[in-house]
Design a protein around this ligand. Structure first.
Ligand code: URA
Length: 211
């Protein structure tokens, strides 16, 4: 495996992911599970956030206690539309993060990703960026999204997904060897429509109940 890839195999994540994969899992349950997993993913991907000591007073004594460094700011970027499912969970854990959105669709003839929406905070160049999208399938949209986001000059970028296909990982790591990639599982392959097998189906449809 590429050393820029981190496979997050916490038992709670694995269990919840299995529930998400089940075809009979309802939209409501799917959404709740993705939110819960996202809290755990956020915990993992923020492990390296720097701390600063602050003098505080407990009810019994004063102490030097760690706090997140105030100058370390995050921006979460959701790759629409399924990224919203991870975004909601992460924001619960990191409520002060700013939020960006990027929307891409695949041109049916050329298969090239076309941007249809792009909005990020104006101070993105002073923030570390977490790009979230549950499914890394062919890697085409992840590669295009990160390319576009790099042009806004964030301090750093990490890409966080739930499920990845080996082909998508390969493509992403070739295009962006400088961007750490986090995933909770690596599945077998893609089908002829670009779906991850065994996967969990269309993440957007399952999240929003559009099918
Ligand atoms: N996007 C999805 O939602 N599911 C897949 O399996 C692949 C891409």
């Amino acid at each position: 495996m590429h050393n820029q890839v981190t496979l997050i195999q916490h038992p709670l994540i694995q269990h919840k992911l299995t529930l998400m994969r089940k075809a009979e899992t309802s939209t409501t349950k799917f959404r709740t599970l993705l939110k819960e997993i996202s809290l755990l993913l956020a915990y993992e991907v923020t492990r390296d956030l720097p701390l600063k000591s602050e003098q505080i007073q407990t009810p019994l004594a004063s102490m030097n206690a760690p706090m997140l460094a105030p100058d370390k700011k995050l921006v979460l970027v959701s790759v629409m539309r399924a990224g919203q499912g991870i975004l909601d969970g992460m924001l619960e854990l990191i409520p002060s993060a700013r939020v960006g959105h990027i929307g891409l669709y695949r041109d049916p003839k050329t298969l090239i990703p076309i941007e249809y929406y792009f909005k990020v905070p104006h101070d993105v160049d002073k923030r570390d960026m977490l790009v979230v999208d549950p499914m890394l399938a062919t890697g085409n949209s992840a590669v295009a999204a990160v390319e576009r986001l790099k042009s806004t000059n964030p301090l750093s970028i990490k890409f966080v997904c739930l499920l990845a296909a080996p082909k998508g990982i390969e493509r992403f790591c070739q295009a962006h060897p400088d961007v750490p990639l986090y995933t909770a599982a690596i599945d077998e392959h893609l089908d002829e429509h670009g779906y991850i097998i065994p996967g969990l189906g269309d993440a957007g449809d399952r999240l929003f109940g559009t099918k």
